[in-house]
Design a protein around this ligand. Structure first.
Ligand SMILES: Nc1ncnc2c1ncn2[C@@H]1O[C@H](COP(=O)(O)OP(=O)(O)O)[C@@H](O)[C@H]1O
Ligand SMILES: [Mg+2]
Length: 431
């Protein structure tokens, strides 16, 4: 179970937005995720549509030892994503816990207890990720977050004061490491609210990369109004605006990072090896995937694609899969029955008949042999070739009209080329 604290003592730098959407992205990639709201302002809870009444189980009760972690958890609208919500009561926790013994590690103990109970009962961790949304301060609550976490992500707004105060944060992380949590690592620095149009933003980003060499996420989170609007609808960006740049940006850190940050939900290679050892003779994995590549001119900006991983196939199992898939898609989307198996044309035959291995069979574009015509014609180039034992071949086209077809079709009241081809004056093949 990876425990990640999202931290920066400044407010408004995208911590809560990152916790909500990174958590949601990971849940969508098949992980079991718990988001834990450590901020008395409860922005994360509100973002995910939870507005607690006083007295309902929250982070506050967890820290005071009044409730177990499992009792505080709530489901969200995203499968696999649970929330441990906060309430404004939490602002009193600092004072109430001021003299408590071991006050810095209360959260860690609660998480440890929850994890080991699950290990004992079910033989596995209760979640794959716990993401802690820290308050905008370096108070006892943040210290609890840092003590309970294994990793931190520092969000930095790409504006002029981005690095101001950062040395204090680094100092606190080092102190926590020395005193209470030696294994704490920095998973990455995540630049946020990046305005691609501003030179200042680019300069600050370069400055951040210089300050934290090798630790900055490969791509910043761009400023995107959809990210700011999603909380008022109580859902993550993936439900609110799945095609937005905000959704795309939060999928990227959930999947890739220099080195080995968040991996894909499963490793096809490993799975394949296991299946191979287990003696399976075929393997298909058909998954709906999120696209997170850069947009390119030649690419449609669609958000999902179907990925097919296969192994140990022979030709027929491949055809069977693709034909079944195509038939299902046509039926589902267009209501058209395609009945597999489809007609198959061997490569050599396709080349022979159509001059291409991708013939469009809707049109009569079959090649015809015209050696006799060519030989009788005055074209030396054909004649020569045929005399040397070659053949002349051509695609049947229209002829027989003194006026060119394009001119015919341009005349007022003329039928469209398609109607022309279907009518009684249909072009006759040359041969
Ligand atoms: N990439 C972004 N683009 C546009 N607005 C954003 C972005 N990230 C955060 N915001 C907005 O900025 C404000 C502060 O973000 P928030 O995540 O709450 O910061 P923090 O938790 O660090 O205080 C919120 O209103 C949020 O909706
Ligand atoms: Mg916040």
């Amino acid at each position: 179970m990876r425990r990640i604290a999202i931290i920066n003592q400044k407010g408004g730098v995208g911590k809560t937005t990152t916790a909500a959407n990174l958590g949601s992205a990971l849940a969508r990639l098949g992980r079991r995720v718990v988001l834990l709201d450590l901020d008395p302002q409860a922005n994360l809870s509100l973002h995910l549509g939870t507005n607690l009444a006083s007295g309902e189980p929250s982070t506050y009760d967890l820290l005071l030892g009044r409730e177990t972690l499992a009792d505080c958890l709530r489901d969200t609208t995203t499968a696999g994503l649970q929330l441990l919500p906060a309430h404004i009561d939490l602002s009193g926790a600092e004072l109430e816990l001021a003299s408590a013994f071991g006050r810095e590690i209360l959260l860690r103990e609660a998480l440890d207890t929850w994890e080991s109970a699950s290990q004992e009962a079910h033989g596995e961790a209760p979640a794959d990720y716990v993401i802690l949304d820290c308050p905008p301060s370096l108070s006892l609550l943040s210290v609890n977050g840092l003590a309970a976490a294994h990793e931190v992500i520092v969000t930095l707004q790409t504006e002029f004061f981005a690095l101001q105060g950062i040395s204090k944060l680094v100092e606190v992380i080092q102190l926590i490491r020395r005193r209470i949590n030696p294994a704490l690592t920095v998973a990455g620095i995540l630049p946020t609210l990046y305005d691609t149009r501003l030179r200042l933003a680019r300069e600050v980003l370069a400055e951040i990369r210089r300050y934290f060499p090798g630790q900055v996420f490969s791509r910043p989170i761009r400023t995107n109004v959809k990210l700011a609007e999603a909380p008022s609808h109580g859902v993550s960006i993936f439900e609110y605006a799945p095609n937005s740049s905000g959704a795309r940006d939060y999928l990227v850190p959930s999947r890739v990072h220099p080195g080995s940050f968040y991996a894909l939900p499963q490793s096809p290679q490993q799975l394949k090896q296991l299946l191979m050892v287990a003696g399976f003779e075929k393997y298909f994995q058909i998954a709906r995937c999120f696209r997170d590549e850069d947009l390119r001119a030649d690419r449609q900006p669609e958000f999902t694609q179907i990925d097919i991983e296969t192994s140990f196939l022979n030709r027929d199992s491949f055809f069977g899969l693709m034909e079944g898939l195509m038939a299902a898609i046509w039926k589902e989307t267009l209501g058209i029955d395609l009945s597999p198996p489809f007609e198959r044309v061997p490569y050599s035959e396709a080349i022979e008949r159509y001059g291409t291995d991708r013939p469009d069979r809707r049109f009569g574009m079959e090649l015809a042999t015209i050696s006799d015509i060519a030989e009788a014609s005055g074209f030396k180039v054909f004649k020569g070739a045929i005399e040397k034992g070659g053949v002349a071949r051509a695609i049947a086209g229209c002829s027989g009209s003194p006026i060119s077809r394009s001119r015919l079709c341009r005349a007022p009241g003329a039928p469209s080329p398609a109607a022309h081809n279907a009518g009684p004056n249909r072009c006759k093949p040359l041969v």
